[in-house]
Write a protein that binds this ligand. Structure first.
Ligand SMILES: [Zn+2]
Length: 303
């Protein structure tokens, strides 16, 4: 025999719309926390898997033909001279790395007027015409290259690709195509940006140490970041708070670099090396040999 106790008067099922709203809010909050946690786990797994399964040599072998193909049209004598000078600076820096590393860095000049530089897969580092034009000394160019060398050395580009791929695919599979998926993915992206900020700060700290070890002082480092800050401010139209952006605000990065300099007692000025005359009148576009021939020839050189 079953007994049922009638609910007291005030507990009868009579949910107001504000209760529903509160319930929905709690559900949304739960979803955000769950997706954030899942995203961190997925991204870390993806990053770890990519860097564990692909050795630096394999990464270089896989991606060098692609990067070489991308730059194939630029391999005329003038560009080659610019690349050689950039490579010389990068090798001067890497000679001062604390331990022997198995990453091979290759620096490429990119005839793009945008003020930018970056590290990509396979140890390839790109520096744009726009940035190279503005940097005044070898020390400033070296500051940018040292930052990108940190990304290559830590295999940040591959870790980023592996982590993003796994988290995006898995989250899409789990969340599917529904409205809550959008909320989940947005929070995952915000979390990803916080992760990027810590990578940037690590690269800055690495760069200033490498500059001190290479040149015996850190002259030119702060000037480089101040220039980048000025450029960013003149290009940034929105007022997105720094915690939502992938790069921390540059003044905050400068503060952290100054702390590093003080902590290690590196001289903050010293003899600056003139920028090579090769970097005057940088070329824009180059006519070239057929892309296919050049790319396959260069790819075979790297094997
Ligand atoms: Zn960076």
């Amino acid at each position: 025999m079953k007994y049922s106790i009638p609910p007291p008067e005030d507990e009868k099922i009579n949910v107001s719309s504000s209760d529903y709203g509160f319930l929905l809010l709690k559900l949304a909050l739960f979803l955000v926390v769950a997706v954030l946690t899942l995203n961190i786990a997925l991204r870390l797994t993806g990053s770890t898997l990519a860097t564990a399964l692909i050795s630096p040599q394999q990464e270089n072998k896989i991606f060098t033909p692609l990067v070489t193909k991308y730059f194939a049209q630029q391999n005329d004598a003038e560009i080659q001279e610019i690349n050689n000078e950039l490579q010389r600076i990068a090798e001067r820096l890497s000679a001062n790395l604390a331990h022997n590393n198995s990453i091979k860095f290759t620096v490429h000049y990119k005839p793009d007027s945008q003020i930018d530089a970056g590290a990509t897969l396979g140890g390839h580092i790109l520096i744009n015409k726009g940035l190279l034009n503005e940097l005044q000394t070898e020390n400033e160019i070296a500051t940018v290259l040292a930052h990108e060398i940190s990304h290559s050395l830590n295999r940040d580009p591959l870790a980023n690709v592996g982590g993003s791929l796994l988290s995006q695919i898995a989250l899409l599979m789990i969340l599917g195509n529904n409205p809550s998926a959008k909320l989940g993915l947005t929070s995952a992206q915000m979390e990803q940006q916080a992760y990027n900020r810590s990578i940037e700060e690590r690269a800055d700290a690495f760069a200033v140490k490498l500059i001190a070890d290479t040149y015996g002082h850190v002259g030119g480092v702060i000037k480089t970041y101040e220039f980048l800050d000025k450029t960013e401010k003149s290009h940034r139209l929105d007022t997105t708070p720094s915690f939502l952006r992938s790069h921390p605000e540059i003044p905050k990065r400068i503060e952290l670099i100054i702390l590093e300099i003080k902590k290690h007692g590196w001289p903050d000025s010293g003899a600056l090396i003139q920028k090579s005359p090769i970097f005057q009148n940088l070329p824009d576009t180059i006519t070239a040999e057929p892309l296919q021939t050049k790319a396959s020839k260069d790819a075979s050189n790297n094997e």
